[in-house]
Write a protein that binds this ligand. Structure first.
Ligand code: AMP
Length: 174
């Protein structure tokens, strides 16, 4: 699995999904290719090599795929941030703005300990609203966001600016 592999060749772009004007970056084609999936996880791993982290926090739902693989590869604990109404136990929640309307993310109140250092993972960084909400949840529990890592960053949408108080890594830029 040489470093010559071009991961972009394994990501399918679907115009006008889920609505007109959105170019959707579809990672199912990458996941279906074992060498590409392994390479993607290796690349994420190398972005955070040497960082002191206690846990990987992943955002529903495609963040779970890469987050779980990375947590397994690094031997770190794995924590999930979910859409409203999915988590069974006591939780804290954070509202954030979408292009239109609002949404909410939740985390179990005991998912992260005070002072724990975490890495937050998702597949795509677009406007950064989702990632910022996840960071606020971690901080509400007393955790420390060491960095974010994304497989894909959509440069023009300004996510990096929204996350400017944090360290942000991405494997592929569009
Ligand atoms: P945002 O809050 O705008 O950064 O959006 C990030 C979330 O929406 C991530 O969980 C992504 O999986 C998803 N997302 C946003 N835009 C796209 C896109 N163009 N292609 C695929 N997923 C996207």
């Amino acid at each position: 699995m040489g470093s010559k592999m071009d991961l972009k060749q394994h990501i399918r772009t679907v115009p006008d999904f889920p609505k007109q004007g959105i170019n959707f970056y579809d990672i199912t084609t990458l996941l279906a290719n074992p060498a590409a999936f392994q390479h993607a996880v290796e690349q994420l791993k190398s972005k955070v090599a040497g960082k002191q982290i206690d846990a990987i926090v992943a955002i529903e739902s495609r963040g779970f795929i890469f987050g779980a693989a990375l947590a397994h590869a690094l031997g770190k604990s794995f924590v999930i941030v979910r859409k409203p109404g999915k988590l069974p136990y006591k939780k804290v929640s954070e509202e954030y703005n979408l292009e239109y309307g609002k949404d909410r993310l939740e985390i179990h109140e005991d998912a992260i300990g005070r002072g724990q250092k975490v890495l937050i993972i998702d597949d795509v960084l677009a406007t950064g609203g989702t990632a910022l909400a996840a960071a606020k949840l971690v901080e509400k529990l007393g955790g420390v966001v060491e960095a974010f890592a994304f497989l894909i960053e959509l440069d023009k949408l300004g996510g990096r600016d929204k996350l400017n108080k944090y360290e942000v890594h991405s494997v592929l830029n569009y």
